[in-house]
Design a protein around this ligand. Structure first.
Ligand code: MG
Length: 240
């Protein structure tokens, strides 16, 4: 179920295209977000958090995370904390690796004949540069970052991505790591699966009613099995 209580669509047979979320799904950055929060907590004399609690707390909008962590949100605290957080994230984002198995998962889905894209909250130019930095550009037909500063949801620019993909919505599936990804998939009318190696705990993801996988290799294995066979398809591309 999404946060308004409506069911998200499950993954179905016959996927031809996978839309990936970037942060927390392909990029292993939840630990960095937790460390940045811990630095901010320490500077204010507040108790530290850990990854398990972070994954139980993280949500959109981020102001709710700050409140749940015990920050004093009076006055212009949110604006100041946002700058503090973003500055440190930008300075340290290079420390984040891809999720374990990310490249193998992308390669296996390509082998299975699926096309792939990224739908990210990053600004378009930033998304293009981070994907190029990681040498992943060749896996994706489209990179859809935020081109509209007024966009409230990835669904706003996801619709443009769907038009570019040009397939039936039944043949498109979104892989993400948060309730927001599930909501975006529902708004776009595409299927959704979630991975619990990102910013949400497995417990919270399971409550959304879509398939949840512990890691990208497990997700890719399932998607390869469900893919519409192509002449070059190879379902044995992933280790068992
Ligand atoms: Mg994410």
């Amino acid at each position: 179920m999404d946060k308004r209580g409506r069911p998200c669509r499950m993954a179905r047979m016959g996927t031809r295209h996978v839309i990936w979320d970037w942060n927390g799904t392909l990029l292993d950055d939840a630990w960095l977000c937790m460390e940045i929060l811990n630095g901010m907590l320490a500077r204010r004399g507040l108790p530290q958090t850990d990854l398990a609690r972070y994954r139980e707390t993280f949500s959109f909008p981020v102001v709710n995370v700050y409140r749940a962590m015990g920050f004093d949100m009076s006055g212009d605290a949110f604006e100041k904390m946002s700058v503090e957080y973003i500055d440190e994230y930008q300075a340290r984002r290079g420390e984040c690796a891809l999720q374990p198995g990310a490249v193998e998962a992308l390669a296996a889905l390509r082998e299975a004949g699926l096309s792939q894209s990224i739908l990210s909250a990053y600004r378009q130019d930033m998304l293009e540069s981070v994907v190029a930095e990681r040498g992943l550009g060749g896996y994706f037909d489209h990179l859809a970052g935020n081109t509209n500063i007024f966009a409230a949801s990835k669904a706003d620019y996801g619709r443009t991505l769907l038009k570019k993909i040009g397939l039936d919505r039944e043949e498109v599936l979104l892989v993400g790591d948060t309730a927001h990804d599930c909501e975006v998939a529902r708004e776009l009318g595409v299927g959704c699966i979630l991975v619990s190696c990102g910013h949400y705990s497995e417990r919270r993801l399971r409550a959304l009613g879509v398939p949840v996988f512990a890691n990208l290799l497990q997700a890719a294995r399932q998607l390869s099995r469900e893919a519409i066979p192509s002449p070059t398809g190879n379902e044995q591309a992933l280790p068992a």
